[in-house]
Design a protein around this ligand. Structure first.
Ligand code: AMP
Length: 199
C-alpha cells in the first residue's frame, strides 16, 4: 500500500471524527508497519481551552463557543506543529478540520509538497444542512448553541465548499463525493470503497 493522505471535508455533524477513527483502525490492520498521523484542528483548539494559562489559551476559550473561524496563523501553527513532530513521506496522513478556506488550502499545499505527499484523497461527506442541524442538537458539545451552529454552517457554505473545487482541479488528487446522510457503517463502507480498501 502507498502512503496516503486523506483530507476529510464536511459540515459540522457530518461525522468526520467518527469516520476518521474507523478508517484509522482499518489502516492499522491492513498496513501495520506504517505510522498513521491523525491531525484534527478542532480538537487542538479545544485542547487550548482546557488549559487557559496563556493569553492565547484564554482568548481562544472565550471565542471558540461562538463558532467563528479562529485566525489562520493559529490554525497553521497547530497543524504545522503536529506535522513537524510526527509526519514524514512514508506515513499515512488523516486530516480533519482544515483546510476550511481556499487560503488555508494554499498554505497546506506547501506542506504537502514539503512532506512529499503525492497521493491525496479528499473525502467529501456531503450532508444537507437540515440533517446536520438535527444531529447537532443531540450532540450537546459546549459550542453547539443555535447561534454557533448557524455561524459554522454559514462559513462552511461560503468559505469551505469552494475548497472542494480547488481540489477537483489539483493534479494527483481524487475528490470522492459521498452521501453523509447514510448510517455510520454505510459511510464507512463508502470510504473504504473510495480508497479501494474494501477487499
Ligand atoms: P471542529 O471541532 O472541527 O468543529 O472545530 C471547532 C472550532 O475550532 C471551529 O468552530 C473553529 O472555531 C475552530 N477551527 C477548527 N478548525 C479551524 C480552521 N481550519 N480554521 C479556523 N478555525 C478552526
Amino acid at each position: 500500500m502507498k502512503a496516503t493522505t486523506v483530507i476529510f471535508i464536511g459540515p459540522q455533524g457530518s461525522g468526520k471524527g467518527t469516520q476518521i477513527e474507523l478508517l484509522d483502525k482499518v489502516l492499522t490492520e491492513k498496513d501495520p508497519l506504517r505510522r498513521i498521523v491523525d491531525i484534527q484542528t478542532g480538537r487542538r483548539f479545544r485542547a487550548m481551552t482546557a488549559k487557559r494559562e496563556t493569553y492565547a489559551e484564554r482568548k481562544v476559550s472565550r471565542t471558540l463557543d461562538t463558532g467563528q473561524l479562529q485566525p489562520d496563523f493559529l490554525t497553521h501553527l497547530l497543524w504545522g506543529q503536529a506535522m513537524l513532530e510526527q509526519l514524514d513521506p512514508k506515513s499515512h496522513l488523516l486530516v480533519d478540520g482544515f483546510p476550511r478556506t481556499v487560503a488555508q488550502a494554499e498554505v497546506l499545499e506547501e506542506a504537502l509538497d514539503f512532506f512529499e505527499r503525492d497521493n491525496v484523497h479528499i473525502i467529501n461527506l456531503d450532508t444537507p444542512e437540515d440533517v446536520v442541524r438535527a444531529r447537532m442538537k443531540g450532540r450537546a458539545r459546549d459550542d453547539d448553541t443555535d447561534e454557533s451552529i448557524e455561524t459554522r454552517l454559514k462559513w462552511y457554505r461560503e468559505d469551505t465548499l469552494p475548497v472542494l473545487d480547488y481540489y477537483r482541479v489539483r493534479p494527483d488528487t481524487q475528490v470522492h463525493d459521498l452521501d453523509g446522510t447514510d448510517t455510520i457503517e454505510g459511510v464507512h463502507s463508502q470510504i473504504l470503497k473510495a480508497l479501494e480498501l474494501n477487499d
